[in-house]
Design a protein around this ligand. Structure first.
Ligand SMILES: [Zn+2]
Length: 139
């Protein structure tokens, strides 16, 4: 029944296009400031530390730690209803930036703060293509 509700999908802009192109190839990119070295996610047009617009890209190893999470039982959009309960996580990557994403391949109620995870890119039903998710590091 709710499979008929399409997902809204992600938004690609000139600032995020390279990030999504890499995700489609299975890579996770971080925005890196060439002025102060700060690495950040999500992709923005300027550094949040020094406001420089001289930014490059760094390919992340994809390893990180669950910094925070919540379990979604009532999704904000009906397209995700069939997936409930699912975990939304904030992962602190080993390269420092934190990324809001989902955790796959694990029961939502078994997620733990400090749990090691690794990035994967999955379409996971998204009509616009693969996006970064996380799975337990040992899987
Ligand atoms: Zn900077």
């Amino acid at each position: 029944m709710n499979e008929a509700v399409p997902r809204p999908g992600r938004l690609s802009t000139p600032v995020t296009a390279e990030y999504w192109r890499a995700a489609a190839e299975g890579r996770l990119l971080l925005r890196t400031c060439r002025t102060c070295g700060h690495r950040q996610l999500y992709p923005r047009s300027m550094c949040v530390r020094c406001w420089s617009e001289d930014l490059g890209w760094h390919e992340a190893a994809g390893a990180g730690t669950v910094w925070a999470f919540t379990v979604i039982e009532v999704p904000g959009h009906p397209a995700w209803r069939s997936m409930t309960p699912y975990a939304v996580v904030i992962v602190e990557l080993d390269e420092c930036p934190r990324l809001l994403s989902g955790l796959l391949e694990q029961r939502a109620y078994d997620v733990r703060i400090g749990q090691r995870v690794r990035a994967v890119t999955e379409a996971n039903g998204d009509p616009t293509g693969p996006i970064p998710y996380f799975v337990p590091a040992e899987s």
